[in-house]
Design a protein around this ligand. Structure first.
Ligand code: NDP
Length: 259
Protein backbone atom coordinates (compact mmCIF):
# COMPACT_ATOMS: atom_id res chain seq x y z
CA UNK A 1 0.00 0.00 0.00
CA UNK A 2 1.46 3.41 -0.95
CA UNK A 3 1.63 6.31 1.53
CA UNK A 4 -0.38 8.50 -0.85
CA UNK A 5 -3.25 6.01 -0.55
CA UNK A 6 -3.38 6.47 3.25
CA UNK A 7 -4.19 10.17 2.88
CA UNK A 8 -6.51 9.72 -0.11
CA UNK A 9 -9.98 10.82 1.14
CA UNK A 10 -11.79 8.06 -0.78
CA UNK A 11 -9.54 5.33 0.62
CA UNK A 12 -9.78 6.86 4.09
CA UNK A 13 -13.59 6.91 3.96
CA UNK A 14 -13.60 3.20 3.01
CA UNK A 15 -11.24 2.39 5.93
CA UNK A 16 -13.50 4.34 8.33
CA UNK A 17 -16.48 2.30 7.10
CA UNK A 18 -14.42 -0.82 7.77
CA UNK A 19 -14.06 0.31 11.41
CA UNK A 20 -17.81 0.79 11.76
CA UNK A 21 -18.28 -2.72 10.33
CA UNK A 22 -15.71 -4.07 12.84
CA UNK A 23 -17.69 -2.34 15.63
CA UNK A 24 -21.01 -3.87 14.50
CA UNK A 25 -19.49 -7.37 14.24
CA UNK A 26 -17.87 -6.96 17.69
CA UNK A 27 -21.13 -5.86 19.32
CA UNK A 28 -23.02 -8.81 17.71
CA UNK A 29 -20.37 -11.35 18.73
CA UNK A 30 -20.12 -10.06 22.31
CA UNK A 31 -23.89 -10.19 22.68
CA UNK A 32 -23.67 -13.98 22.42
CA UNK A 33 -20.29 -14.74 24.01
CA UNK A 34 -17.75 -13.17 26.34
CA UNK A 35 -14.18 -12.58 25.14
CA UNK A 36 -12.23 -15.45 26.81
CA UNK A 37 -9.63 -13.54 28.84
CA UNK A 38 -9.40 -12.42 32.47
CA UNK A 39 -12.37 -13.58 34.59
CA UNK A 40 -14.09 -14.96 31.46
CA UNK A 41 -11.09 -17.08 30.38
CA UNK A 42 -11.95 -20.68 29.41
CA UNK A 43 -10.46 -23.54 27.43
CA UNK A 44 -11.28 -24.36 23.80
CA UNK A 45 -9.79 -21.23 22.20
CA UNK A 46 -6.57 -22.76 20.86
CA UNK A 47 -3.00 -21.91 21.89
CA UNK A 48 -2.53 -19.53 24.80
CA UNK A 49 0.22 -17.37 26.28
CA UNK A 50 0.99 -15.20 29.32
CA UNK A 51 -1.55 -12.32 29.43
CA UNK A 52 1.28 -9.80 29.97
CA UNK A 53 2.80 -10.82 26.64
CA UNK A 54 -0.70 -10.72 25.15
CA UNK A 55 -1.27 -7.09 26.22
CA UNK A 56 2.20 -6.08 25.03
CA UNK A 57 1.72 -7.72 21.62
CA UNK A 58 -1.82 -6.53 21.02
CA UNK A 59 -1.34 -2.90 22.04
CA UNK A 60 2.11 -2.23 20.55
CA UNK A 61 0.81 -1.57 16.97
CA UNK A 62 -1.05 1.39 18.48
CA UNK A 63 2.34 2.91 19.33
CA UNK A 64 4.74 1.56 16.71
CA UNK A 65 2.57 1.37 13.58
CA UNK A 66 0.46 4.38 14.61
CA UNK A 67 3.53 6.55 15.27
CA UNK A 68 5.14 5.49 11.99
CA UNK A 69 2.01 6.28 9.98
CA UNK A 70 1.56 9.61 11.77
CA UNK A 71 5.09 10.73 10.87
CA UNK A 72 4.89 9.31 7.34
CA UNK A 73 1.61 11.06 6.46
CA UNK A 74 2.21 14.36 8.29
CA UNK A 75 2.30 17.19 5.69
CA UNK A 76 4.28 19.45 8.08
CA UNK A 77 4.65 19.92 11.84
CA UNK A 78 1.62 21.63 13.41
CA UNK A 79 0.91 22.37 17.06
CA UNK A 80 -2.54 20.80 16.81
CA UNK A 81 -1.10 17.60 15.35
CA UNK A 82 1.56 17.56 18.04
CA UNK A 83 -1.03 17.80 20.84
CA UNK A 84 -3.06 14.96 19.29
CA UNK A 85 0.10 12.83 18.90
CA UNK A 86 0.98 13.48 22.57
CA UNK A 87 -2.50 12.52 23.80
CA UNK A 88 -2.52 9.31 21.78
CA UNK A 89 0.99 8.30 22.87
CA UNK A 90 0.30 9.17 26.50
CA UNK A 91 -2.58 6.68 26.42
CA UNK A 92 -1.08 3.91 24.31
CA UNK A 93 2.52 4.21 25.51
CA UNK A 94 1.14 3.40 28.97
CA UNK A 95 -1.28 0.68 27.81
CA UNK A 96 1.30 -1.17 25.68
CA UNK A 97 4.52 -0.80 27.67
CA UNK A 98 3.62 0.00 31.30
CA UNK A 99 0.21 -1.56 32.06
CA UNK A 100 1.23 -5.18 31.19
CA UNK A 101 4.09 -5.08 33.71
CA UNK A 102 1.89 -3.70 36.50
CA UNK A 103 -0.86 -6.33 36.15
CA UNK A 104 -1.43 -8.70 39.08
CA UNK A 105 -1.73 -11.82 36.94
CA UNK A 106 -3.30 -14.92 38.55
CA UNK A 107 -0.84 -17.84 38.80
CA UNK A 108 -1.36 -19.98 35.66
CA UNK A 109 -3.53 -17.35 33.92
CA UNK A 110 -3.43 -17.56 30.11
CA UNK A 111 -4.76 -15.53 27.17
CA UNK A 112 -5.74 -17.18 23.85
CA UNK A 113 -3.44 -16.16 20.98
CA UNK A 114 -6.54 -15.64 18.83
CA UNK A 115 -7.70 -12.77 21.10
CA UNK A 116 -4.35 -11.00 20.71
CA UNK A 117 -4.37 -11.65 16.93
CA UNK A 118 -7.83 -10.08 16.55
CA UNK A 119 -6.71 -7.07 18.60
CA UNK A 120 -3.56 -6.66 16.49
CA UNK A 121 -5.77 -6.69 13.37
CA UNK A 122 -8.12 -4.08 14.81
CA UNK A 123 -5.31 -1.86 16.17
CA UNK A 124 -3.59 -1.94 12.76
CA UNK A 125 -6.80 -0.84 11.02
CA UNK A 126 -7.22 1.83 13.70
CA UNK A 127 -3.69 3.10 12.94
CA UNK A 128 -4.52 3.29 9.23
CA UNK A 129 -7.68 5.27 10.06
CA UNK A 130 -6.68 7.52 12.97
CA UNK A 131 -2.96 8.26 12.39
CA UNK A 132 -3.34 9.98 8.96
CA UNK A 133 -6.35 11.87 10.32
CA UNK A 134 -4.46 13.09 13.43
CA UNK A 135 -1.32 13.97 11.46
CA UNK A 136 -3.31 16.32 9.23
CA UNK A 137 -2.58 14.11 6.21
CA UNK A 138 -6.25 13.61 5.34
CA UNK A 139 -7.42 17.09 6.36
CA UNK A 140 -4.77 19.67 7.38
CA UNK A 141 -4.99 21.25 10.85
CA UNK A 142 -4.83 24.95 11.58
CA UNK A 143 -3.43 26.18 14.89
CA UNK A 144 -6.72 28.09 15.35
CA UNK A 145 -8.45 24.70 15.84
CA UNK A 146 -6.78 24.51 19.25
CA UNK A 147 -8.97 27.39 20.44
CA UNK A 148 -12.18 25.88 19.06
CA UNK A 149 -14.60 24.86 21.87
CA UNK A 150 -14.90 21.36 20.32
CA UNK A 151 -11.14 20.84 20.65
CA UNK A 152 -11.04 22.21 24.20
CA UNK A 153 -14.06 20.18 25.40
CA UNK A 154 -12.75 17.03 23.65
CA UNK A 155 -9.30 17.34 25.24
CA UNK A 156 -10.89 17.93 28.66
CA UNK A 157 -12.97 14.74 28.20
CA UNK A 158 -9.85 12.83 27.12
CA UNK A 159 -7.92 13.96 30.21
CA UNK A 160 -10.83 13.28 32.60
CA UNK A 161 -11.40 9.84 31.03
CA UNK A 162 -7.71 8.99 31.37
CA UNK A 163 -7.71 9.98 35.05
CA UNK A 164 -10.82 7.83 35.73
CA UNK A 165 -9.47 4.86 33.75
CA UNK A 166 -6.08 4.85 35.50
CA UNK A 167 -7.57 5.39 38.95
CA UNK A 168 -10.06 2.55 38.40
CA UNK A 169 -7.39 0.12 37.13
CA UNK A 170 -5.12 0.99 40.08
CA UNK A 171 -8.00 0.32 42.47
CA UNK A 172 -8.49 -3.17 40.97
CA UNK A 173 -4.76 -3.85 41.07
CA UNK A 174 -4.68 -3.07 44.78
CA UNK A 175 -7.37 -5.70 45.46
CA UNK A 176 -4.98 -8.55 44.71
CA UNK A 177 -1.63 -9.06 46.44
CA UNK A 178 1.23 -10.39 44.24
CA UNK A 179 0.74 -14.14 43.75
CA UNK A 180 -2.95 -14.07 44.81
CA UNK A 181 -5.60 -15.27 42.40
CA UNK A 182 -8.96 -14.25 43.87
CA UNK A 183 -11.42 -11.44 43.22
CA UNK A 184 -12.86 -8.98 45.75
CA UNK A 185 -15.65 -6.42 45.49
CA UNK A 186 -14.11 -3.03 44.63
CA UNK A 187 -15.41 -0.09 46.64
CA UNK A 188 -15.04 3.69 46.84
CA UNK A 189 -15.50 6.56 44.41
CA UNK A 190 -17.17 5.65 41.12
CA UNK A 191 -17.20 1.99 42.18
CA UNK A 192 -20.11 2.88 44.46
CA UNK A 193 -22.11 3.69 41.31
CA UNK A 194 -20.86 1.33 38.63
CA UNK A 195 -19.04 -1.99 38.28
CA UNK A 196 -16.63 -0.90 35.52
CA UNK A 197 -15.36 2.68 35.99
CA UNK A 198 -12.24 1.67 33.99
CA UNK A 199 -14.43 0.98 30.93
CA UNK A 200 -16.46 4.15 31.58
CA UNK A 201 -13.18 6.14 31.61
CA UNK A 202 -11.99 4.43 28.42
CA UNK A 203 -15.26 5.28 26.61
CA UNK A 204 -14.94 8.90 27.81
CA UNK A 205 -11.35 9.08 26.49
CA UNK A 206 -12.31 8.05 22.95
CA UNK A 207 -15.50 10.09 22.89
CA UNK A 208 -13.28 13.04 23.82
CA UNK A 209 -10.92 12.12 20.97
CA UNK A 210 -13.87 12.09 18.54
CA UNK A 211 -15.00 15.53 19.76
CA UNK A 212 -11.48 17.05 19.76
CA UNK A 213 -10.73 15.84 16.23
CA UNK A 214 -14.33 16.32 14.98
CA UNK A 215 -13.70 13.47 12.55
CA UNK A 216 -15.45 10.33 11.31
CA UNK A 217 -12.23 8.46 12.17
CA UNK A 218 -12.58 9.55 15.80
CA UNK A 219 -16.29 8.66 15.89
CA UNK A 220 -15.54 5.20 14.43
CA UNK A 221 -13.06 4.47 17.24
CA UNK A 222 -15.39 5.80 19.95
CA UNK A 223 -18.22 3.62 18.59
CA UNK A 224 -15.92 0.58 18.44
CA UNK A 225 -14.78 1.14 22.05
CA UNK A 226 -18.40 1.24 23.26
CA UNK A 227 -19.28 -1.80 21.10
CA UNK A 228 -16.45 -3.69 22.80
CA UNK A 229 -16.69 -2.47 26.38
CA UNK A 230 -20.44 -2.03 27.05
CA UNK A 231 -21.19 -5.78 26.48
CA UNK A 232 -18.06 -6.65 28.52
CA UNK A 233 -19.23 -4.38 31.36
CA UNK A 234 -22.66 -6.09 31.37
CA UNK A 235 -20.94 -9.50 31.47
CA UNK A 236 -18.62 -8.43 34.32
CA UNK A 237 -21.60 -7.02 36.21
CA UNK A 238 -23.57 -10.27 35.84
CA UNK A 239 -20.44 -12.20 36.90
CA UNK A 240 -20.07 -10.16 40.15
CA UNK A 241 -23.75 -10.69 40.92
CA UNK A 242 -23.40 -14.44 40.42
CA UNK A 243 -20.21 -14.67 42.53
CA UNK A 244 -21.07 -12.32 45.41
CA UNK A 245 -24.57 -12.64 46.95
CA UNK A 246 -23.87 -9.38 48.86
CA UNK A 247 -22.96 -7.40 45.70
CA UNK A 248 -24.33 -3.83 46.14
CA UNK A 249 -27.86 -3.80 44.77
CA UNK A 250 -27.90 -0.24 43.40
CA UNK A 251 -24.65 -0.51 41.44
CA UNK A 252 -25.04 -0.44 37.64
CA UNK A 253 -22.64 -1.87 35.01
CA UNK A 254 -21.11 1.15 33.25
CA UNK A 255 -23.42 4.19 33.38
CA UNK A 256 -24.63 5.43 36.80
CA UNK A 257 -28.44 4.92 37.24
CA UNK A 258 -28.87 3.93 33.59
CA UNK A 259 -27.00 0.79 32.44
P1 NDP B 1 -10.72 -5.80 33.96
O1 NDP B 1 -11.42 -4.81 34.80
O2 NDP B 1 -11.45 -7.07 33.61
O3 NDP B 1 -9.34 -6.27 34.67
C1 NDP B 1 -8.30 -5.35 34.92
C2 NDP B 1 -7.29 -6.02 35.86
O4 NDP B 1 -7.79 -6.05 37.21
C3 NDP B 1 -6.99 -7.49 35.52
O5 NDP B 1 -5.67 -7.78 35.87
C4 NDP B 1 -7.95 -8.26 36.42
O6 NDP B 1 -7.52 -9.56 36.73
C5 NDP B 1 -7.96 -7.39 37.66
N1 NDP B 1 -9.25 -7.42 38.37
C6 NDP B 1 -10.44 -7.10 37.83
N2 NDP B 1 -11.42 -7.18 38.78
C7 NDP B 1 -10.82 -7.57 39.92
C8 NDP B 1 -11.31 -7.86 41.24
N3 NDP B 1 -12.60 -7.71 41.55
N4 NDP B 1 -10.42 -8.28 42.19
C9 NDP B 1 -9.10 -8.40 41.86
N5 NDP B 1 -8.57 -8.14 40.63
C10 NDP B 1 -9.43 -7.74 39.67
O7 NDP B 1 -10.24 -5.02 32.64
P2 NDP B 1 -9.71 -5.58 31.23
O8 NDP B 1 -8.63 -6.57 31.49
O9 NDP B 1 -10.85 -5.95 30.35
O10 NDP B 1 -9.10 -4.21 30.61
C11 NDP B 1 -7.91 -3.66 31.14
C12 NDP B 1 -7.78 -2.19 30.64
O11 NDP B 1 -7.75 -2.14 29.21
C13 NDP B 1 -8.96 -1.32 31.07
O12 NDP B 1 -8.45 -0.05 31.45
C14 NDP B 1 -9.80 -1.18 29.81
O13 NDP B 1 -10.47 0.06 29.78
C15 NDP B 1 -8.76 -1.30 28.70
N6 NDP B 1 -9.36 -1.90 27.49
C16 NDP B 1 -9.66 -1.10 26.41
C17 NDP B 1 -10.29 -1.63 25.30
C18 NDP B 1 -10.72 -0.76 24.14
O14 NDP B 1 -11.52 -1.21 23.32
N7 NDP B 1 -10.24 0.49 24.00
C19 NDP B 1 -10.59 -3.06 25.22
C20 NDP B 1 -10.28 -3.80 26.42
C21 NDP B 1 -9.67 -3.22 27.50
P3 NDP B 1 -7.96 -10.83 35.80
O15 NDP B 1 -7.37 -10.54 34.43
O16 NDP B 1 -7.34 -11.98 36.50
O17 NDP B 1 -9.46 -10.88 35.76
Amino acid sequence: MSLAKLTDPTFHAVAVRGMFLFAALTACALTFLSAPYGRHARSGWGPTFDPRIGWLVMESPSVLLWGTLFLATMPSWSLTGLVLLSLWMFHYGYRAFVYPFRMRVKPGDRMPVVIAALAVGFNSLNAIVNAPMASGGVRPWTNAWMLDPRFLVGVAMFVAGTAINRWADAKLRALRKPGESGYRIPTGGLYEWITCPNYFGECLVWTGWAVATWSTAGVAFAVYTAANLVPRALQNHAWYRSQFPDYPIGRRAILPWIL
